[in-house]
Design a protein around this ligand. Sequence first.
Ligand code: PLP
Length: 395
Amino acid sequence: MVVSNKALSISPSSTLAIDAKAKKMRSEGIDIIGFGAGEPDFDTPDHIKKAAIDAINDGFTKYTPASGTLELKQAICRKFKKDNGLDYNPSNIVISNGAKHSLVNAFQAICNPGDEVIIPTPAWVSYPEMVKLADGVPVYIHCTEEEGFKFTLEKLEKAITDKTRAIVINSPSNPTGMIYSEEELRAIADLAVSKGIYVVSDEIYEKLIYDGYKHVSIASFNDKIKDLTIVVNGVSKSYAMTGWRIGYTASNEQIAKIMSNVQSHATSNPNSIAQKAALAALEGPQEIIDEMAAEFVKRRDYMVERINSINGISCIKPNGAFYVMMNISKLIGKEIDGMKITGSDSFADALLEKANVALVPGSGFGTDIHVRLSYATSMANIEEGLNRIEKFLSK
Ligand code: PLP
């Protein structure tokens, strides 16, 4: 049957594929330790849940404006002012069904067919597919572990052509946990302004940042870069609200209007009840963030130390998000427990099958010598999972 070539070109999410396999094994009664989670293992705070329950009881259950309620947009503007020193008006804000949806809207708004979007890798699996959905062309700059998984300005300059429409910045990063410093961001901003290219700045892990580092939004340096930047953020990761599906963008008014129009035909407003919950999250007590961050640091430290103490694997210390990229290059070409390791996919498969540990192969992120481990799981799970990895590697 004839189907859409564009839709056919979209790959399934590799992060979800390994998860499906692990779930199937679990349903067969196998005890799997999962390092695949892309979400905090904390519950949504009670005051946020209560705001949603109140919204239902108060009948706040109808359509809202397609790009979100004015009160939530105002709260988002206050957040940008307080956290990022950025001045926006509600007309700059579009609220969507998760930051993922915000990103889809952003690429729809800025890409014409054949426009290039620069994606530094290792990168979150969805960016290239979102660009393709918008008829854009993903262009990759590969960043090595030795470079701290960050691109240099020279690499960026080389990747820019007259077809470049935008660059994606994701700091702190999924999957590497790396953070661009203010100095690095200023240099990227200057280049983007001089070339007139947009910056899609995915700041969803903004609050999960450790070791005294401070998040800086690239949009905050001057009006020129602010005008070219679409800042993407949301409540999923900061407030343990992944299932509620609220994300948002801040951009210039023209782009906000285009995204709002696109969204008005695709999905209409984000869930009205979840918007009330997001309002409570942004305006209510912020302790959950510090509590989560403190717990994540303990787990990260343990995980990094353990990985670096096991023969054949290593990792650098990430400063944000909740992921560690484990280097498996020394294992490639070896046979472990009867399983041939040819790259990150076969390593992930072997580990799942022989050690009952699920993690995400790096291939989907653009690096086949790494696998991603999430530490958004209990310390007990982390200890047991790493014990299993150690035992598997000693075979
Ligand atoms: N951006 C990055 C880098 C992510 O890792 C994720 C979620 O995994 C998202 C955006 C999407 O978040 P949301 O749940 O708000 O759609």
